[in-house]
Design a protein around this ligand. Structure first.
Ligand SMILES: [Zn+2]
Length: 191
């Protein structure tokens, strides 16, 4: 991983060294890749799932579950497609991971999701005894992991989830903002 100062110096150096624009852009992308923290790298995979939701005209939220550096479950919002109010990205990913592990508890797993989980999903994360949750954008309207409620870190429950919010929040939030902007300007379906 490269720190911000190191990244800046390296970019300045490359700008002098690269004799064409394409070469410079490629090098820039490589540096960005190596500058990302592990949480940011995994969040990129969750963002890919969110993009799948967008392709299907669903609210773009994506989720992956990681264990031993492998993705063992993934999902994206499918409320409209499945005509199911519980078909949130996290629920789909948890169901897939539990099937993969053949276990009702997802021990030693980290769940990455592009939007702060709602009360239903936060409850499911606690029930699955997932040790760690990393989410992207905070949700002022339904967030239950620090914003409206703090379900994942509530000491009264029998399992607490180490929760980190705001990872790649700008990117995760922009996807949602753009989606709702299109809807307000006469998109295909009301939400
Ligand atoms: Zn949810």
């Amino acid at each position: 991983m490269i720190c911000n100062t190191g990244r800046f110096k390296l970019l300045q150096y490359l700008k002098k060294m690269c004799n064409n624009q394409l070469h410079f852009i490629l090098m820039q992308k490589l540096i960005t890749l190596y500058s990302m923290t592990p949480h940011e790298t995994w969040m990129k995979y969750a963002l890919r799932e969110a993009e799948r939701a967008l392709d299907q005209n669903e609210v773009p939220v994506g989720c992956i579950i990681v264990r031993d550096n492998k993705i063992i479950g993934k999902g994206y919002n499918q409320n409209v497609t499945l005509k199911d109010p519980t078909a949130h990205a996290e629920i789909i990913a948890i169901t897939a991971a539990a099937a993969k592990l053949q276990s009702k508890f997802l021990e030693e797993c980290t769940l990455y999701v592009t939007l702060e989980p709602c009360a239903m999903c936060a409850g499911a994360i606690v029930l699955a005894k997932i040790p760690a949750l990393v989410f992207g954008a905070f949700d002022p309207k339904a967030g239950a992991c620090g914003t409206l409620y703090t379900i994942t870190e509530d000491a009264r429950l029998n399992h607490r989830v180490h929760t980190i919010g705001g990872v790649l929040d700008a990117e995760c939030g922009a996807l949602l903002r753009d989606f709702f902007l299109v809807k307000r300007n006469g998109g295909r379906q009301e939400y």
